[in-house]
Design a protein around this ligand. Structure first.
Ligand code: SF4
Length: 331
């Protein structure tokens, strides 16, 4: 079950006595929009909830809150990525029965024991933060769990984002395996480009623990095909997002210089959401995405032209070799 800290949020809001609060919520919380408004307004402030989709703290709605004349922005769903003016963050967490967790940790120990793995790096998304700590405390004495501190983009120890694995890098040398706690395949996939050590995907929601390996080959085949399809491209549209935590304009200019140095053409286009339909009519043989790297991975087939992340472009242009393929990270 997903936990929202609404009561704590209401108390924190009331302490600040704002006249107008603007609230940003992820898609999964939209069914609780009315309740959020009622509870905040009962504490004495006016409240407006933003309905634009929001996939991360990289998409903080500070500009929208300002336009609406809010005194306070409340962001539900994700942890702080960068300082926003008058902003409160309330990430969502999964709550899982501790008895079930203990049983699952027992199974994890068996898996690690079979392979004689003693030093493990624990990592998770923010929604599983509490389980990360619980697992560290519950693991038997023969195991040592390492939880790394990440870059400024990362709020909590051990947290990883689809675009940032710095917390892992800081403990990688001390570990002989990675245990990623979370749902979804994207994050464990990212680890496969950072280490050759065994990676275990521990999903407490489904109660599954398995070594993550097969998906990497399938994923690489798809990206290899995408890169091959761009080999003869003569013109590129480089895409920049205007979302504060995804805007890498300088990177776009560097990539344009690189493309032009190879005798090809490049233009730079900016938009809030990088949406395939916004690009209809633009003349370019391929797109290069400088925003969230997941756009390319998750939405590739929705685009009418091939879309690459920066490392993939560098492979196309011969600056990097295919063996150097990795998922791009943001900082
Ligand atoms: S992976 Fe994408 S959506 Fe998630 S934090 Fe990074 S840029 Fe934002």
């Amino acid at each position: 079950m997903i936990k929202i800290e609404l009561s704590r949020a209401v108390k924190e809001i009331a302490k600040r006595k704002p006249k107008l609060v603007v609230v940003q919520i992820p898609e999964g919380l939209k069914t609780r929009t009315n309740e959020i408004i009622e509870k905040i307004e009962a504490s004495g402030s006016e409240c407006i909830v933003l309905m634009d989709p929001c996939f991360g703290a990289c998409d903080l709605a500070s500009d929208k809150a300002e336009k609406l004349g809010a005194d306070l922005l409340v962001h539900f769903g994700h942890s702080k990525m960068y300082e926003g003016k008058n902003t409160l963050f309330f990430p969502l967490f999964y709550s899982i029965d501790s008895g079930k967790m203990v049983a699952q940790i027992g199974r994890l120990e068996e898996e690690l024991d079979k392979r004689n793995l003693k030093n493990i790096c624990l990592a998770s998304t923010i929604q599983f933060r509490d389980h990360l700590k619980f697992i560290r405390e519950s693991l038997g004495k023969k195991f040592k769990a390492h939880i790394g501190k990440g870059s400024s983009r990362i709020a909590e120890e051990g947290q990883v984002l689809g675009c940032n694995y710095s917390s892992f890098r800081n403990v990688n040398a001390e570990c002989d395996a990675v245990v990623f706690i979370g749902d979804g395949l994207f994050h464990p996939l990212g680890f496969t480009f950072l280490t050759e050590k065994p990676i275990f995907h521990f999903n407490p929601l489904g109660g599954t623990i398995r070594e993550f390996e097969d998906e990497r080959e399938m994923f690489l085949r798809k990206r290899h095909g995408a890169i091959a399809s761009v080999q003869n491209a003569k013109s590129f549209a480089i895409l920049v997002s205007t979302k504060s935590g995804q805007m890498f304009k300088e990177r776009a200019f560097e990539l344009r210089k690189l493309i032009e140095s190879k005798g090809k053409k490049a233009i730079i286009l900016a938009m809030d959401y990088i949406m395939p339909e916004y690009l209809l009519g633009v003349e370019a043989d391929a797109y290069v995405n400088t925003a969230c790297p997941r756009i390319v991975i998750d939405d590739y087939s929705s685009f009418k032209k091939p879309i690459l992340n920066p490392t993939e472009l560098e492979i196309v242009l011969g600056v990097k070799k295919w063996e150097e393929f990795k998922l791009d990270e943001l900082d």
